[in-house]
Design a protein around this ligand. Structure first.
Ligand code: ADE
Length: 419
């Protein structure tokens, strides 16, 4: 048996069903997998993934393996691992997984280190934890590394900060920034799966509630849109003027958090920043308010402050902790302030992860083909790759589009014809 650390291999049969179910929605990835199977572009290549261990990620792992890679996987969040999927990856698909749902910080990092022990050529991160570990405690391994790929906004921000300081030690592709990733995954994936997480945790009705969307990036836009679609009154809070204006013109109420705090029934943070809900906001909230986070790290809600303001904390349902304040009001925190869409639901649906992981596959291929000439910087996914993935997705959805005529091509490339 290959090396692994998962909860229980007996869960594998349930995991395999989930993986195969997800695969049926991942047409673009399946096309890429067929091509990889023929060409074996990753023969002899070791790839380390630090990703949410879900049925969708399992299909990325299968795709890279079909292309000849040896793939090693650990979790990018201690609460998002689907233990049955981890078991099936090991038992049915021969992929080394080191991830257990609910693992503590020590085990989380032990698992990252175990994956790095295999001396990968490529890292595939969701939040830049492998890059960060390699740039600090495991620097000696960097000599083996050809390049990396990054899945999420927060990770890309960390990488660009590292590159700006001139400290990035190997090339990384910002998969998040591909159009076929963030236009769809961040907006429609986060929008739907975050509501799914809130509903599975609480079973509350969204219609008629006031939902406060904290941050109007791609994730916030998607969440606000879906909450509105379910009949909520939606308030948006922002710090960037252009985004605030966009939210206003998209039809949402925009106000400072200190005002929104008094009005909201449900609060969801999607900013990537620290303590966007804090003491002064908790003290204004209604009794029974629900607070959760769908940003990458559990830093957006100041839970230390909330705890200090509370006389007691108790779990009232799985994934729901009721904090009773000294004024006797209750604030309900979901999933301990961690990613609610992956902790109490299953993350984004497979058909949207299809495009994200098609991008990861193409970015890995880009590294294998080009690593000898790449610089130590953050690379964008090429427009050609975005177009290829969009075309394959449209084909899978049986959507046809128009082509430019010769006359139109000529018109678009000329400047003479005006009024
Ligand atoms: N990020 C968000 N949703 C995900 C999923 N279903 N699988 C892997 N990563 C994700």
């Amino acid at each position: 048996m290959i090396k692994h650390d998962v909860k229980n291999l007996k869960l594998a049969a349930a995991g395999k069903k989930k993986i195969l179910w997800a695969a049926k929605q991942m047409d673009v990835l399946n096309e890429i997998k067929k091509d990889f199977k023929k060409k074996k572009p990753f023969k002899g290549v070791r790839i380390a993934g630090c990703l949410h261990v879900t049925s969708e990620t399992a299909n990325l792992a299968r795709t890279l393996k079909e292309g000849g890679a040896t793939f090693y996987l650990c979790a990018s969040n201690p609460l998002s691992t689907q233990d049955e999927v981890a078991a099936s990856l090991v038992k049915d698909f021969g992929i080394s997984v080191f991830a257990i749902n609910g693992e503590n910080k020590t085990t989380y990092y032990k698992h990252l280190n175990q994956v790095l022990d295999f001396k990968p050529h490529i890292t595939v991160d969701d939040g830049a934890d492998l890059v960060s570990l390699l740039h600090t405690k495991r620097k000696n391994l960097i000599k083996n590394i050809w390049g990396g790929c990054e899945e999420t906004t927060t990770g890309v921000i960390r990488l660009r900060a590292l590159a700006d300081e001139g400290k990035l030690l190997y090339p990384v592709v910002a998969v998040n920034d591909a159009q076929t990733k963030h236009f769809f995954d961040n907006r429609y994936g986060t929008g739907q799966s975050t509501l799914d997480g809130i509903i599975r945790a609480t079973n509350i009705l969204i219609a008629g509630k006031t939902v406060v969307t904290v941050g109007y990036g791609w994730c916030g836009r998607g969440f606000a849109l879906k909450a509105k679609g379910m009949g909520a009154r939606v308030i948006v809070t922002e710090v960037e003027p252009v985004k605030a204006l966009e939210a206003k013109m998209d039809g949402f109420e925009v106000m400072p958090m200190i005002e929104a705090a008094k009005q909201g029934d449900i609060f969801c943070t999607l900013t990537g920043d620290i303590h966007v809900i804090r003491k002064e906001h908790f003290s204004k909230m209604k009794d029974g308010a629900i607070v959760c986070n769908s940003g990458h790290f559990d830093i957006e809600i100041d839970l230390v402050a909330l705890k200090k303001m509370s006389k007691s904390v108790k779990e009232v349902r799985p994934f729901v902790e009721a904090y009773t304040l000294k004024n006797n009001r209750i604030i309900n925190v979901l999933a301990g302030g961690r990613l609610v869409n992956l902790a109490s639901a299953e993350g984004h649906p497979a058909s949207v992860m299809d495009m994200s992981f098609a991008n990861q596959s193409m970015a890995s291929l880009f590294i294998v083909k080009n690593y000898k000439k790449l610089e130590k910087k953050v690379y964008d996914v090429t427009q050609d790759t975005d177009d290829k993935i969009a075309k394959l997705k449209l084909k899978a959805m049986d959507v046809k589009i128009d082509k430019l005529t010769k006359e139109q091509v000529k018109y678009l490339s000329s400047w003479e014809i005006g009024t």
